[in-house]
Design a protein around this ligand. Structure first.
Ligand code: DC
Length: 225
């Protein structure tokens, strides 16, 4: 399918559906896909390996500057960092618990935003994250901000965790989701918020295909650049 857009930014809170929607949208358009959350997770994972405390902003910034991230695979799902290839480790609960703290650090953000802009330079790309439309690429052709209620998002994460492991508890997932929302939305640097010109859509009760189709429709309606 061809659309009159080249750079699509999708932002939103934990488990609002950005990742699955973004990946499918990119597939349908023949665009590249970049999940910027994976980059914050990769730095967080490396900081745990190197035992760098979440409060040591200087060391975290240096870590991010010294270890550029390479993404491979059609969906950028193979991540190379610090000489290691990581994948499922990035979804480990230890990374989940720490990633919102590491991503508050301005020095880390600066290093990653620079890499994200370089990756997006050639266009034909869907990027998903928290600050794509507001900070990384405010000039993106189409900006979407996806939401869903806290309960629905916690349920989605809980179901994912059930599918992967046995040890999970809905109430705990709900509290963790609430606390990550809080940290992501209230940090000083690049807080999670919709860009003024973003199209805000709720994914509550909608299937991935329904959301993707709504975005495609919207993209086709945009005036040609
Ligand atoms: O989308 P995710 O859950 O994989 O993102 C992990 C964390 O990374 C999230 O809690 C906040 C941070 N993040 C960010 O600060 N900016 C982005 N563009 C993407 C993710």
């Amino acid at each position: 399918m061809t659309v009159p857009v080249s750079v699509i930014a999708i932002d939103g809170p934990v488990a609002a559906g950005k990742t699955v929607v973004g990946r499918k949208l990119a597939q349908q358009l023949g665009f590249r896909y970049l999940d910027t959350g994976v980059m914050y997770r990769a730095i967080t994972w490396l900081s745990l390996q190197r035992e760098i405390p979440a409060e040591d902003e200087e060391a975290l910034g240096q870590l991010a500057r010294d270890n550029p991230i390479r993404l491979q695979g059609q969906d950028s799902d193979k991540v190379l960092i610090g000489g290691a290839q990581v994948g499922p480790e990035l979804r480990d609960p230890s990374v989940d618990r720490r990633v919102s703290l590491v991503s508050q650090v301005s020095q880390v953000r600066r290093a990653l935003v620079q890499q994200q802009r370089a990756l997006a330079k050639e266009g034909k790309i869907v990027l998903v994250g928290r600050d794509i439309g507001t900070v990384v690429l405010p000039g993106a052709d189409l900006k979407i901000f996806v939401t869903a209620s806290l309960e629905e998002r916690a349920r989605r994460r809980w179901r994912d965790q059930l599918a992967q492991r046995t040890e999970t508890n809905y109430q705990q997932v709900l509290e963790e989701t609430r606390s990550r929302d809080e940290l992501d939305s209230h940090r000083a640097d690049s807080p999670l918020k919709p860009a003024e010109d973003a199209w805000q859509m709720s994914t509550e009760g909608l299937s991935v295909d329904q959301v993707v189709n709504l975005i495609l429709q919207r993209a086709q309606e945009l005036p040609k650049a």
